[in-house]
Design a protein around this ligand. Structure first.
Ligand SMILES: [Zn+2]
Length: 121
C-alpha cells in the first residue's frame, strides 16, 4: 500500500530564482517557474513543462534523499542525462531544498559548533 500525498502548485515570484529539479536530472538548466509542494511537507521547484511530473514524484516522495529523488523522477518518466559524471545540484548541494528551514538548520549547527565543550569537565 502506498500513501499518496496531495500536491499543490504555486507560482514563483519573478525575483525568486531556483532550478527546475527535473531539468537538473535530465541535464538541462531550466529555471523553476513554480513550486510544487505536497502534504508531506516537501516541495520542489519546477519549470512549466515539468510541473506534472514533479507533482507525480512529490505524491510519493518521503524525503529529499538524492538517489531516491532521481529514481522517483525516472519512474515518473524522466530520462536522466546519459553521462553520469555530473550530479544534480552540482556545486550547490543545498539548492535542491526549498522547504528545508535553512535558518533553523544553521542555528542548530551554530548551537552545536558554538557551544564547543561548555559542559563541565
Ligand atoms: Zn524542467
Amino acid at each position: 500500500m502506498t500513501i499518496e500525498f496531495a500536491t499543490r502548485v504555486d507560482q514563483l515570484p519573478s525575483f525568486f530564482q531556483m532550478p527546475c529539479i527535473a531539468c537538473e536530472i535530465t541535464g538541462d538548466d531550466g529555471q523553476a517557474t513554480g513550486v510544487v509542494s505536497a502534504t508531506s511537507g516537501l516541495g520542489l521547484g519546477s519549470c512549466t513543462d515539468h510541473i506534472e511530473v514533479t507533482a507525480r514524484v512529490l505524491r510519493r516522495l518521503h524525503n529529499y534523499e538524492l538517489a531516491g529523488l532521481r529514481a522517483s523522477f525516472v519512474t515518473a518518466g524522466i530520462t536522466p542525462e546519459p553521462q553520469h559524471d555530473r550530479a544534480p545540484g552540482e556545486g550547490g548541494g543545498g539548492r535542491l531544498f526549498l522547504e528545508v528551514p535553512v535558518e533553523a538548520v544553521r542555528a542548530l549547527i551554530e548551537e552545536h559548533g558554538g557551544e564547543h565543550t561548555e559542559q563541565d569537565d
